[in-house]
Design a protein. Sequence first.
Length: 346
Amino acid sequence: MRERGRRDLLVLALALVTATAACSGSGAPAGKGRPATGSSLTPAALPAPRVTLAEAEKELAGFLGAQEVLSRATPRQDADDRNMLEQTDDGQAALAQVALNGPAGTSPPHYTWGRPQLLVPRAQRSPFWFAAVVNRTDPAGEVRPAVLTLIKYAGERWTLSSASLLAPGTRIPEVAKDAEGYATALDYEDTSVEISPRLMAPLHATSAEEGTEGFTAGLIEAGPHTTGYADEIAANRLDYKKEDCLGYDSIFAASNYPVYALRTVGGGALVTYSLVRTTTVTSKVEPCAEILVPPDAKRLVKERRAPKELRTVELQQYVSTVPAKNSGRPAKIIGYLGGITKVFVS
């Protein structure tokens, strides 16, 4: 990987996690007193939730209902698009902007939604958040489970922070809940799982760049969004190398958007985070072969080819499962949704 600073940071972080586990001495997972299957406290002894299940259910129903109405609007007005954007935040706002930036006269896809499974943390700090798993039906009738995360900053309304679609045939693991049905949120630095929530995104980025040859091999399960990307990058480099004057590179990095994590039954975690992929095709000499703007980026730029350099920026939103500490099992990518959000032509 070309980012030496990121490699050094990850190696140091992994070494610290390993040392913490080794020094715990008891054989129990290191961390912040994790419950294996949720709190054992009686309902009367539990602290009041910051976000109630009833509030989460009401807010999610309002959000999904508004999405269905606004996406069905005909004829489409600028106010419809503004309202849809105002319902989003963080990475989802960037993806929504692209979806609304289609050719004149087109509308974003219209989805219908099933009955949600709510995942609401009892104890949390502002900004408040909750997640939900809900079936999404697209215009072609395909049904896919979606993992949605809604967030609320002080004094603002609830907005959609991230959304990912589960891989076909995949289900989320059972989330640990207390006696009243509330989930347990994990701290950003929690070390009771094999990979802390903070490290999941940068380790995933390394796996996507280096694949089975990288130092993260074995930490994250091989698949299309990890080693598959590394294989794709290697193949593209060879293809572009055939054109002596063209260069190709593609790098991944953790985004600045929020990371969310919930305890799962058995001591693992369900983690939601985002990556940014930047791909660059460069003409080393002139004249050279044409650098064409890819089809999924044409709506973002007027040019159809780049004389010297084409750079595309893709936002990728993920849901992963992380096993309990010392389980010996890798983390696994189970959900993804993303797209190109920026294009630079020079």
